[in-house]
Design a binder for this molecule. Structure first.
Ligand SMILES: Nc1ncnc2c1ncn2[C@@H]1O[C@H](COP(=O)(O)OP(=O)(O)OP(=O)(O)O)[C@@H](O)[C@H]1O
Length: 278
């Protein structure tokens, strides 16, 4: 159904401004099934805005976006029905319990009640919040709420999932479980799109990353070895790895490329999880 050049996420020349701020400024990339795509960039690079457009929450000024061959601007409800979304600042409603919230999300996403119940149990067991299923969210910790938010993104087993900072507030043990889950979920012929500042995590789990600065893609990199340093993404041996040594770490590439892009707000190394490498 999807040709080689047509990704399940397909972005071409996307532009989105807020007043005179060009948040997304001519962005093009595509993500295919089986990929865990890392979207890396400093604060204000345009990552959240891009996810907003791809999930039918924001209308682009120009350019096109397609998710599972659907236009999220023209058909936002259809798009959201078919994808999973873990928003950056999202938290579950304080006045509902995890079970009630997941029942609600499952219903909105068109899942049979039995299936929701099964999925809820599987996820509560996987992430360890079984004992909290009937406790109001207001009485859960930030990390426990994050587990519920991760669950709601996957409960309907979507083909494409958009995740903003997946590991926020999670303890190291759960972080490990979530990382392994994301890898296996993408490998199961799905596409997982992860926006993060955490370069180490991206390097560890992503099959490919795109580095974005000032609303533009400054480089893309395959991390699963398929690139072989010869521009595997473009297939012309002259892809986006130009001028970059294939032995360079992702952090080095990031700093080099973001600096080249002359970003207004210099990235905080702290925020990028890079302090240990200084
Ligand atoms: N609602 C808005 N109104 C005006 N400007 C906005 C709005 N939302 C975002 N911006 C601006 O657009 C630019 C891109 O913001 P965006 O949130 O997409 O970046 P980001 O890469 O997700 O950043 P962070 O990593 O800090 O979350 C920034 O300069 C931001 O200040």
């Amino acid at each position: 159904m999807f040709g080689k050049s047509m990704g399940v996420i397909q972005v071409d020349g996307l532009v989105k401004s807020y007043g005179d701020v060009d948040a997304v400024d001519g962005l093009s990339f595509s993500v295919e099934r089986g990929e865990l795509y890392g979207f890396l960039g400093p604060n204000g690079a345009g990552k959240t805005t891009t996810i907003g457009v791809l999930t039918g929450q924001l209308r682009p000024d120009s350019g096109t976006a397609r998710v599972l061959e659907t236009d999220p601007t023209a058909e936002p409800i259809e798009t959201r029905h078919r994808v999973g979304i873990l928003p950056e600042q999202g938290s579950p409603p304080s006045f509902l319990t995890p079970r009630e919230f997941l029942d609600f999300v499952g219903d909105v996403r068109g899942l049979e009640p039995d299936r929701v119940a099964t999925q809820t149990d599987v996820w509560a067991d996987r992430l360890g919040f079984e004992s909290k299923l009937d406790t109001l969210h207001t009485d859960l910790s930030r990390g426990q709420q994050q587990k519920v938010m991760i669950t709601q993104a996957f409960v309907h087993e979507p083909d494409v999932v958009f995740i903003d900072e997946p590991l926020a507030n999670l303890d190291p043990l759960v972080q490990e479980q979530v990382k392994q889950f994301l890898v296996s979920y993408a490998a199961g012929d799905n596409a997982v799109f992860v926006s993060t500042h955490n370069i180490d995590v991206a390097e560890e789990i992503c099959t490919r990353v795109g580095i974005v600065a000032d609303g533009q893609l400054v480089t893309e990199r395959s991390l699963d070895g398929s690139d072989g340093g010869d521009g595997g993404d473009g297939g012309d041996g002259n892809g986006r790895g130009d001028g970059i040594d294939s032995d360079e770490s992702l952090l080095e590439i990031f700093l080099e490329r973001v600096e080249d892009a002359d970003v207004r707000d210099a990235p905080s190394l702290d925020r990028l999880g890079a302090e240990s490498k200084q």
